[in-house]
Each structure stands twice: as structure tokens, then as C-alpha cells.
Ligand binder design. Structure first.
Ligand code: PLP
Length: 419
């Protein structure tokens, strides 16, 4: 019989196998200093394009002050216990009410982390007779939630309306046999490519098919829509989203998340979400901090305006220089280049060391082989100078990628990896 750990010794997994070459630099890099447009990487200042602090709230003096005061008043323990047992407070309730109002829903419920909360919400919404239909490019937390499901599930081609309809038809057949219902899950914004989920088209399918729509709007909340209520508001279909989800990890620059929907649905989830029933309540300093951030989202529209000014300057600048930024419809700014993983590593090193530009790099298996995706997140705290310097740097790296410089520089690494 095999030792359970045999596989660990032999195979580190699709990303772990790069650890020797990548750790500390390409993965698990240490960004130091105050969160903002410029931070320190290995002692050197870099323009930071990999932090989801969309509205620049992470280091806003008013936010820092409220966070510090809340920590002083409540410590990091209060309240102890799960919400249902001993972890419930007026401020948790107040935050839920304000979040619900902000996203135009009757009620909301807090989640400790978006990831677990998403897994748990999917788990609570479906039983074995129900069918899930979801986008093939869904975030890992959706995939893991679907994994818990004991019944049928169908993926549809990314944002493809014909494929959505085909899979709704398949789901309907099964649901008619089992006597169950259908849950359709999409993201408001797909975090890698930046496309918005086709919520308007999905909602139109409600005329023909009987399903409920669950939207993970992690990247849309605070960045899209007239008031910042997200992708549903942007597309004019917020009222047709049956369960709305957003995390505090992006625009809100914090930790925690929430779901929102009709009162009866949220009441049901409150009593059935295992991630909240069997885990400690969101700590008070996060709740107080979220109330402050939400207040700023509502009262300081200039933050979102500045964010979009920067998004447009960066995305237009890249397009004008002939870069392929795909079909993004959000702040998420992908830059697609062609090259191998070792070339991508040499390119990112050049960007960081010689141009002081820090952005995340995404390679196979997250995207197809032979493509390099540099993923950039503009925020309200970036300046035009940051954008201009970055655009110059990008022109330079493209030239070096095309003239084979990175291929030569990475030849040793490529040989060692058998690439
Ligand atoms: C689309 C999406 N859903 C869910 C999550 C998970 O949220 P959290 O960081 O609060 O666990 C993330 C990442 O933060 C995300 O990008």
C-alpha cells in the first residue's frame, strides 16, 4: 500500500512545481510599506498594480483612524462565538441593514470570509434534487461550493448565452424528473479577464426558464453602477438577482463579505449557512471598519470617479500602444502577451528590477499554454505619473519580448525545467 504522502514527495502540483524558481518573487512576494500606489518590493520602490484596493480606502487616514479606534475599543476577540450562539451585536445588524439598502435588497447577512461564505451559500441553497448551472470560468469558491452539491450540475461556456440556454434546457429536464429547482451562478465581473457576467441576457432567460440567479460580484461592488452597487446596477437588473454576494476584500479594503436578497431568503440562509453557524462571528473591528467604508462609498463618489479616470487612462494608453487587453468591461486590466513560462518570468523580472513596475503574472494552467497574462488593478490612489511610467515600461518589455531578449535570458531556466 502507498504512503499517503508519496504524491506530496513526487508531485508538488501544477503551481507548486515552480516553487524553487518562483517562490518569494513570482509567488508569495513580500510587498512592504503602506498599501498604496507605490510600495516596497525587496527594498526597492515599485508602482503597485496587484492590490485590489480599488477605491484607495486601505490607507485612507479616516479609515485607518476608525480601524485603530475600533481595535482599541473592542480588541480583536469581541464578540466571541458564532452569530447564532453568542456572536451577535447591534452593529452586525446595522451593517447588514446598511449593506442591504446600498445594494437595493430587502436584507443582508454577513459572512466571515467571501470564499467560505460562497461555498456555504451554494451548499445551503441547493438540495440533491436541484440542478446547478454555472460559468466554466467561475472563481474557485464557486467551484468548491458546487463540489459539495449532491445533485446534477452543468457548466456553460464562458459568458456564452447560447450555451447558458442549452444548459438550462438540460437542467430543466433533470429538475422535472427529480422535482427540484435550478440555481444559475455567474460572477458580476470575472476577475481574471475583467468581463462582466452577461447578467442582462441571463435575466432575460427568466422569461423562458424557471431558475434563481446567484451573482458573485466581488469585483463589481463599489466599482460599477451609478451608486457603486455593482454589476447588477450597471446592467439595470439588480432587482432580478435573487442572491447577491460581495466581499469586503476589494473595494472595501478589509476582510469579510455579505449576501443580500429577499428577507425570507436571507432569513433561511441565516439559519442554514454552515460557515456562519459553526464559525466565530465577524470581529467587531471589521464590522465598525466596514460601516465606515460603506459610509465613504456612499458619500464620496469622487473615489469611484478617480478610479475610473485611472482605469480609462491605463486601458486607453495600453490600447493606443497596441496591447491586447482582451474584452474587459471593468477595472480589471489584463494584458495578453505570447510567450513561455520562463520568458514570462524574465519579463516580469525586467519590469520589477529595471522599470519599478509590479504586477501579477498569470500563466498556464490558469490561462491557455503559450499565453502570458499580466493582470493589472488600477485604483483611485494611482497617479497619472504612475500610469505614464508604466505605459513606457510596457512598450519596452514588448520590444524585448518580440526581439527574443527574454528567450535568451531565460534559456537556462527553460532547460532546467525541460521547457
Ligand atoms: C470572484 C471572487 N469571489 C470570492 C472571493 C473570495 O472573497 P474573500 O477574499 O472575502 O474570501 C474572491 C477573492 O477575494 C473573488 O475574487
Amino acid at each position: 500500500m502507498k504512503d499517503l504522502f508519496d504524491k506530496i514527495y513526487k508531485d508538488k502540483g501544477p503551481l507548486g512545481k515552480w516553487a524553487d524558481q518562483a517562490e518569494g518573487y513570482f509567488v508569495f512576494p513580500k510587498l512592504e510599506g503602506e498599501i498604496g500606489n507605490r510600495m516596497k518590493f525587496q527594498g526597492k520602490e515599485v508602482i503597485t498594480w496587484s492590490v485590489n484596493d480599488y477605491l484607495g480606502l486601505a490607507n485612507h487616514p479616516e479609515v485607518r483612524k476608525v480601524d485603530a479606534e475600533a481595535a482599541k475599543q473592542y480588541g480583536s476577540a469581541y464578540p466571541m462565538g458564532a452569530r447564532m450562539m453568542s456572536g451577535h451585536t447591534n452593529l452586525h445588524e446595522q451593517l447588514q441593514n446598511e449593506l442591504a439598502e446600498f445594494v437595493n435588497k430587502e436584507a443582508a447577512y454577513l459572512l466571515n470570509f467571501g470564499y467560505q461564505g460562497m461555498v456555504s451559500t451554494i451548499d445551503a441553497l441547493v438540495g440533491k434534487d436541484d440542478v446547478i448551472v454555472y460559468d466554466v470560468d467561475a472563481h474557485a469558491c464557486i467551484i468548491d461550493g458546487v463540489r459539495l452539491h449532491m445533485g446534477k450540475r452543468f457548466t456553460y461556456k464562458h459568458n456564452d448565452v447560447a450555451s447558458i440556454e442549452k444548459n438550462l434546457q438540460r437542467a430543466e429536464k433533470i429538475a422535472q424528473q427529480t422535482g427540484g429547482g435550478i440555481l444559475l451562478i455567474s460572477e458580476g465581473v470575472f476577475g481574471m479577464r475583467g468581463e462582466q457576467g452577461k447578467l442582462k441576457e441571463i435575466v432575460a432567460l427568466k422569461e423562458k426558464y424557471n431558475f434563481r440567479l446567484f451573482v458573485d460580484d466581488a469585483h463589481g461592488f463599489g466599482t460599477l453602477g451609478k451608486t457603486g452597487a455593482g454589476a447588477g446596477e450597471e446592467q439595470g437588473v439588480q432587482d432580478q438577482i435573487d442572491v447577491y454576494f460581495a466581499t469586503f476584500a476589494k473595494s472595501m479594503a478589509s476582510t469579510g463579505a455579505f449576501i443580500a436578497g429577499d428577507q425570507e431568503v436571507i432569513d433561511y440562509l441565516k439559519y442554514n449557512l454552515r460557515s456562519q453557524m459553526f464559525a466565530k462571528s465577524l470581529q467587531m473591528q471589521l464590522v465598525v471598519g466596514a460601516l465606515k467604508r460603506l459610509d465613504m462609498l456612499r458619500s464620496m463618489p469622487e473615489l469611484k470617479e478617480k478610479l475610473w479616470e485611472n482605469v480609462n487612462a491605463l486601458q486607453n494608453g495600453l490600447k493606443e500602444r497596441g496591447f491586447d487587453i482582451g474584452t474587459t468591461q471593468s477595472c480589471v486590466t489584463p494584458v495578453y502577451l505570447k510567450g513561455s513560462i520562463p520568458e514570462a518570468m524574465a519579463l516580469v523580472k525586467d519590469l520589477r528590477e529595471n522599470h519599478g513596475v509590479f504586477c501579477s503574472i498569470v500563466v498556464y494552467p490558469v490561462i491557455p499554454k503559450g499565453l502570458i497574462l499580466l493582470r493589472m488593478i488600477p485604483t483611485a490612489s494611482h497617479t497619472m505619473k504612475d500610469i505614464e511610467e508604466t505605459l513606457e515600461a510596457f512598450s519596452s518589455i514588448r520590444e524585448r519580448l518580440e526581439n527574443g531578449t527574454y528567450k535568451r535570458l531565460s534559456a537556462g531556466v527553460a532547460a532546467a525545467m525541460g521547457n
